[in-house]
Design a protein around this ligand. Structure first.
Ligand SMILES: [Fe+2]
Ligand SMILES: [Fe+2]
Length: 313
């Protein structure tokens, strides 16, 4: 195959299927079975008001810091939109063969995340259950649409970064709660997200061998307009600023801990056999990383200055 060949979406799916099969086997070997109920402190639970006549939720029911509550809500609502994600990847990857097996297995694993986090939040009364349910209804009613829905390689690039971003966000949210039980739960969820990231990253690595220019174009486009999957959540901009100020997920982590390690694995700056568009995409990627470096530094300076001001009060 010459490097100038452009593979159709169907050809990409067919060519990558053996790689999916190999990585599915690898995933099933490495994935550890776990049980959400073991991570929830059920004995701390109390009946709520409503039909059962218990006690209404109050903000003083939990000592978890506000920003950790915000991050938990964002992370849970993100997990909650799974039916939309399933729709997007089932439509794109198909439900047959190794692709289909992966789509269903991934969906089942992700389903566990929402179940576990919701059980924890409800039992520990960490967040307002009425506000949470209303937010879930609003968020899921909006649905989720993949920004690059009909492009296989763009979607693989997106999920490679997104799974790692989710891993970091869960891990740091767990730490921010100051609750060892929540930290253990979110570390367990984060371990799943890491395996998901590796699966997708390996697929795109194979795509770089198969169609280097198309893969480079996909990566550059995705890095240029990357949005977290929960960006449709009501008040997401305000919430994500609070999350960034707390160091749970910020631009520095996005650039240095999400984009860079994945790009390094693909060795993007040493890929050979690129056509003109592939080279242009790589240049755009380099520029985007420089822009992100400046933006991350600016944000850190502002955050430091803000912390210093607050310390003086
Ligand atoms: Fe998840
Ligand atoms: Fe995941």
């Amino acid at each position: 195959m010459t490097v100038s060949t452009t593979l159709s979406q169907t050809a990409l799916l067919v060519e990558l299927e053996p790689v999916v099969a190999r990585n599915l086997d690898r995933h099933l070997t490495l994935a550890k079975e776990w049980f959400p109920h073991e991570y929830v402190p059920w004995s701390e639970g109390r009946t709520f008001d409503g039909p059962l006549g218990g006690e209404a939720w109050s903000p003083t029911d939990s000592t978890i810091p506000d920003v950790a509550r915000t991050a938990l809500i964002v992370n849970l609502l993100t997990e909650d939109n799974l039916p939309s994600y399933h729709h997007e990847i089932a439509t794109l990857f198909g439900r047959d063969g190794a692709w289909g097996t992966w789509v269903h297995r991934w969906t089942a694993e992700e389903g566990r995340h929402g179940v576990a986090i919701r059980d924890y939040l409800t039992v520990t009364r960490a967040v307002d259950p009425v506000a949470l349910e209303r937010a879930r209804m609003t968020h899921m009613s909006e649905g989720y649409t993949n920004a690059h829905g009909d492009e296989v390689l763009h979607s693989l690039a997106y999920v490679s970064f997104q799974e790692l971003a989710t891993r970091i966000s869960h891990r740091n949210t767990g730490k921010a709660t100051g609750d060892p039980a929540c930290e253990a739960l979110l570390a367990r969820v984060a371990a799943d997200e890491n395996l998901h990231m590796v699966f997708y990253r390996n697929l795109l690595a194979a795509a770089f061998e198969l169609a280097p220019s198309q893969a480079m174009r996909a990566v550059a486009d995705v890095v240029a307009d990357f949005q977290m999957p929960g960006n449709g959540i009501d008040g997401f901009a305000r919430k994500s600023v609070a999350i960034a100020l707390a160091g749970i997920y910020d631009l520095r982590q996005h650039r240095d801990d999400v984009l860079q390690p994945v790009l390094r694995q693909w060795d993007v700056f040493n890929v050979t056999g690129l056509n003109a568009d592939g080279e242009a995409a790589r240049e755009q990627l380099a520029t985007q990383l420089e822009n992100l470096e400046r933006a991350a530094s600016r944000f850190e300076e502002k955050r430091d200055a803000r912390a210093a001001r607050l310390a003086l009060r």
